[in-house]
Design a binder for this molecule. Sequence first.
Ligand SMILES: O=C(O)CCC(=O)C(=O)O
Ligand SMILES: [Fe+2]
Length: 328
Amino acid sequence: FVSTRHGIKSPFVVGLRQSTQDVDTVIPRDILGPPEPLKNLQIGQKIDAFRRILESSTSMERLANFTIERVSYTPDAFVMHNFLTESECLEIQNSARKAAMTRAETITENDTKSRKNCEVAWLPSSRSEQSHQHSNLIPSLVSSVANIFLSPAVLSNPSAGVEDLQVLRYGTGGEFVLHHDGEPRTMTVIYYLNGVGGTWFPLARTSNDVNEDPCTNMNTSQMDASFYKTRSQPQNKQSALDLGKDFQPRSHGLLVEGGRSSEEDSPINQHVASIKQGDALVFYNYCDDGSGRLNWRALHAGLPTAEEDGEKWIANHWFRVNDLTEIS
Ligand SMILES: O=C(O)CCC(=O)C(=O)O
Ligand SMILES: [Fe+2]
């Protein structure tokens, strides 16, 4: 991802659709979603991947294996099983504690209730900001994720980048109500740092069978249009909540749930994907059909943390393309 800083020009002419105005489609398809071979991965299929880990005790590099599994078609969503080691999960938690955690606030103005009982710390993503005490863990996660999940066109877009790592600690009952991660966050990565999950996508399609699509009975083009009317900042929270009101976790959409021991356990049903400590979820927030529109089906919530789960620790990495028009 370092190359984007040097401004290698993309060969594509791209531009983001502006608010609700109709403009000609100028974004090629297959840029804002998963590249090959992830694109063609079916639900239930896995591919093997690896990343380089620097062992801090020995300063030796080793390759760590993990698997990638598709968990939803719309939005495109994947779980990376065993992406982080336990000690890496603890390192991130400890760095967040040291950085001092403050009450989490969402980007939506005048809205303090979207996130409840949740604290946040931001840790630098860029290599140059790593202090001597810090390992290169976070920058190395950025490169691994970017190289696997971003298309060549996004990787070479000079305005593409990643935000600092946002670490969240929820207490019992802590939650984040239904929302869309919003513009210009093209891709979200959620790292599960202690095995507690509860991330729910009510509108996700997790089956090849169209009858099992939670949105079959919806007028999807109208949904698209109404989402578009309300997506401007501050996000209209009520309209987001309304979109999920007829649906239930475990029966509709996709629930990314913690607590089950291993990926070998067969899931309860197609609406549930199990994660454990060190797993990560990757999903795409834009449609990849050339329209440049946000995908309203990427709406999601962090469900209230159960008492028996105690704390829930996750971290978010938001990859973004700040200005697709820049390279038009
Ligand atoms: O808590 C979760 O599981 C999801 C968090 C989330 O969606 C966010 O922080 O944007
Ligand atoms: Fe989110």
